[in-house]
Design a binder for this molecule. Structure first.
Ligand code: GRG
Length: 295
């Protein structure tokens, strides 16, 4: 597993994304520039790589999931742009660069996020890779819409905001928040690849669901752990832990050690579910990256 490399997917998604985004010299140029700034800035591209890895495991040609990979990254970029706004987290930096509302202005950032969300659906609806598979296209659109809406990412964000400052948040509450806010889009990466597969058994679908939900939650648990570790590093143990405790996070609720153990447990359950597939190395590699990443 440690030797498994998928570098070609990293390059592929940059090309596909670039081709899907409107050119910065077409009108409205400033909006298109902001959309490209947000979507093409250097992120890890975990979600599109997860789409490609799932496609590889399921024997789906990459061309059938190029649209899904680009669309999911556009949705992710939109969520980051909006999450960084003054009305939400009010952040100045993202991926080592000024956030979109700082580099442009607040109204342009809101509209660039809106534009990216609409573009995501246009990409899935029109991408050539699914021209001969209208049912797969419709399924991918439904998967994506559900994952990003009020019963997915946006709903999770609302629940997260509602939990802020409360001291009675339970691990069940937290699981629901994370499953929606972060897990739903990560799970959609796997499901959109499955939507494009010719034939999948019910057992294979169920195994992919287990993998996707466990790894989606593990991503956020790891993020919480990295958050507390970086604030502790910056501010010292007491102040860092203090800040982290104002937010409902796994380390705040369970302690750092238990949160790390939970991420490991979710990883083990996620990868065990893949045993049903002949060669699931591409998915195992991304799962390992998600749980062991340091940023
Ligand atoms: C629509 C306003 C709005 C919010 C939706 C998902 C979400 C809710 C907001 C995104 C903000 C955020 C920090 C969510 C937690 C998920 C997360 C850790 C995102 C960062 O993902 P990475 O690590 O980022 O994959 P890169 O930069 O590598 O793409």
């Amino acid at each position: 597993m440690d030797n498994y490399q998928v570098p070609h997917y990293s390059q592929r998604i940059e090309h596909v994304l670039d081709a899907c985004l409107p050119s910065a010299d077409t009108s409205p140029a400033r909006l298109h520039e902001a959309m490209r700034y947000a979507a093409l800035s250097p992120g890890k591209r975990v979600r599109p790589r997860l789409v490609y890895a799932a496609a590889e495991v399921l024997g789906v040609p990459v061309t059938k999931v190029d649209g899904a990979a680009a669309a999911i990254e556009c949705i992710h970029a939109y969520s980051l742009v909006h999450d960084d706004l003054p009305a939400m987290d009010d952040d100045d930096l993202r991926r080592g660069r000024p956030t979109t509302h700082i580099a442009f202005d607040e109204a342009t950032a809101i509209l660039a996020g809106d534009g990216l969300q609409a573009l995501a659906f246009e990409i899935v609806a029109t991408h050539g890779g699914l021209d001969d598979a209208p049912a797969a296209r419709a399924a991918q659109i439904a998967t994506l819409a559900h994952a990003v809406g009020s019963r997915g990412m946006v709903g999770g964000q609302v629940l997260d905001m509602g939990a802020e400052g409360r001291d009675d948040v339970t691990t069940d509450d937290l699981e629901e928040i994370h499953n929606l806010k972060t897990g739903a889009l990560l799970a959609a990466c796997v499901t959109m690849a499955a939507d494009a597969a010719e034939k999948l058994s019910l057992d294979q679908r169920a195994a992919l669901d287990i993998f996707a939900t466990r790894i989606g939650l593990a991503f956020q648990v790891r993020d919480d752990v990295l958050d507390i570790e970086s604030s502790t590093e910056k501010l010292g143990k007491t102040q860092g832990a203090d800040i982290a405790h104002h937010k409902a996070t796994y380390p705040a609720l369970l302690g750092l050690g238990e949160a790390k153990a939970l991420a490991e447990r979710l990883y083990t359950e996620a990868t065990a579910a893949l045993d049903i597939f002949d060669n699931a190395e591409p998915l195992r590699a991304i799962a390992a990256e998600i749980v062991k990443r340091d940023h």
